[in-house]
Design a binder for this molecule. Structure first.
Ligand code: SF4
Length: 505
């Protein structure tokens, strides 16, 4: 599949849209001009022309032509849609995107027989869109109609609305000066084959860990001073990565001690550490976290199928996961999250159902169901396993999870999409009543500022009075972070300038 564009600049949006039907990492977008040239097989051609002399408003003619193998009819077909739309020039980009999106959806859906569940929505935050509709005065029926107009399936509309309702009281906890703290530990014991994060195998980067921890603590100290001088209020703390428990118990203590010394930990609604992989969690580290006041931890099996665990490069078994949950309970943790991935290579619907059943028995307060992304599947392709991953039944797994988790007393409280997931499905966090992971809601809905420390971390400065967000990036790799640490501290000045501007201080 290739994409040709003529007379407009919506190439990226069209590529995103076409990828809903043709799961590939990249689809080439080319600009063409003049009469429609001969289209090679599998081409999507889109053209926008301004109709001169069409009155006060600008009138455009949009053309979408598709040459594509009709999967149902089994033959190559040419189809074309033409539509005229009026819009003010300043709205033309949005109007183009919307109408092109719908026209492309109609043609591609007819040709492939696929109906992407999120319709023409390509953004990663559908619940934020619900929140925006509601805050603009639409009621739930109008919001539903807005999503229906964009071809979102009834099931996904009700999932997004339910999640938005669940989030409302959490978002109300935010004040103009509130912020969350994110700490990045970008190391893992080994690299999982599906991973698309910036994470570094501890075996290759062992020498960097000690200096990294030292500098991270310095960055945390500076961040705390900044937050205090600006009068910011801490809402939640989240340590993620990577796998924070890759650090030794002593190194973890060094970081948690710094946090306790510098930040008002007791004022935070939540303190999460993404312990992550069971092969890194020890009783000693659990005790360090508990003593530091950590209130929520993640222990992430991804699957409880031992064969799949081995094939994705995890060095632990299902039994290790369950023992780890048990140990965390004994240490006193009463809010545990477990991540699962639907669509992992080698996993079947039956083994996914078995995983979910056993996990529900273990009774964690949160279960987050992710969908494998095609990007990750692409990495599997390099290992000759791509096709199996793509044909994996992720959709029935996600659907099954939604049903049994509800029956087991969990409900959806945050939801996001990643580009290129199998079947264009979402990632959903479920929780028992009152056990929501606040940070997940704040970050996914971009509801407040996040002050971030560590390699690969991004500080997000959110204007509390508008949708404006400013970002401050830290260096991505630990070696850069260590070598150019003074730049990291210099960049923190942007936080000061941002808040001085917002509050005119
Ligand atoms: S544990 Fe998570 S961050 Fe680490 S390699 Fe595996 S998927 Fe990536």
């Amino acid at each position: 599949m290739r994409i040709w564009i003529d007379g407009h600049t919506c190439g990226y949006e069209l590529e995103c849209m076409a990828k809903l039907f043709f799961q590939a990492e990249k689809l080439p977008v080319e600009t063409v001009e003049g009469p429609i040239p001969d289209m090679p097989e599998e081409t999507l051609y889109t053209k926008a022309e301004l109709l001169v002399g069409a009155g006060d408003e600008n009138q455009y003619r949009l053309t979408v032509r598709l040459r594509c193998l009709n999967r149902t009819a089994g033959k190559l077909e040419d189809t074309e849609l033409v539509k005229e739309v009026c819009c003010a020039p300043e709205q033309s980009q949005k109007v183009f995107e919307f109408h092109f999106g719908k026209m492309v959806y109609d043609l591609l859906s007819a040709a492939t027989g696929v109906k992407p569940p999120w319709g023409i929505l390509t953004g990663v935050r559908p619940v934020k869109l619900v929140q925006r509709c509601l805050s603009q005065g639409m009621d739930e029926d109008e919001t539903e109609a807005f999503f229906r107009e964009r071809y979102v399936s009834p099931e996904k509309i009700s999932l997004a609305l339910e999640t938005a309702r669940h989030q409302k009281p959490i978002l109300e906890k935010i004040t103009p000066k509130s912020y969350s703290l994110y700490i990045s530990i970008p190391f893992c014991p080994s690299r999982c084959s599906y991973c698309s994060f910036v994470s570094h195998s501890i075996e290759k980067t062992a020498k960097l860990v000690e200096p990294y921890v030292g500098l991270l603590c310095r960055e945390l100290e500076e961040t705390a001073k900044l937050a205090e001088s600006l009068g910011l209020e801490l809402t939640s703390i989240y340590m993620g990565g990577g796998t924070p428990t890759t650090l030794s118990a002593r190194q973890m203590e060094q970081v948690t001690d710094t946090i306790s010394r510098c930040f008002p930990v007791k004022e935070a609604l939540e303190y999460t550490i993404e312990a992550g992989r069971p092969d890194t969690i020890t009783l000693e580290k659990l005790e360090v976290m508990k003593a530091a006041g950590v209130s929520r931890i993640s222990i992430n099996p991804q699957t409880l199928n031992d064969k799949v665990l081995a094939s994705i490069g995890r060095r632990h078994t299902a039994k290790d996961v369950l023992e780890c949950i048990e140990a965390a309970r004994k240490t006193g943790f009463d809010n545990i999250n477990c991540d699962l991935i639907a669509g992992l290579n080698g996993d079947t619907l039956e083994s996914f159902q078995d995983t979910l059943g056993r996990l529900i028995q273990a009774n964690p307060e949160n279960i987050t169901v992710h969908t494998l992304s095609v990007k990750r599947a692409a990495r599997l392709r390099q290992e000759g396993e791509y096709l199996e991953a793509v044909h994996n039944p992720a959709a029935p797994m996600v659907e099954y999870a939604q049903k049994v988790l509800r029956e087991a007393g969990y409900s959806p409280y945050y939801l996001y999409r990643q580009r290129d997931t199998l079947g264009n499905l979402e990632n959903t966090g479920y929780c028992k009543k009152g056990r929501e992971g606040y940070y997940n809601v704040f970050i996914m809905e971009e509801a407040q500022s996040i002050l971030a420390a560590g390699a690969g971390a991004t500080t997000k400065l959110k204007d509390p009075f508008s949708i404006y967000i400013e970002r401050v990036f830290n260096y991505k790799y630990p070696y850069e972070y260590i070598e150019r640490f003074s730049d990291i501290l210099d960049r923190k000045g942007q936080v000061n300038r941002f808040y001085e501007r917002i509050f005119n201080t």
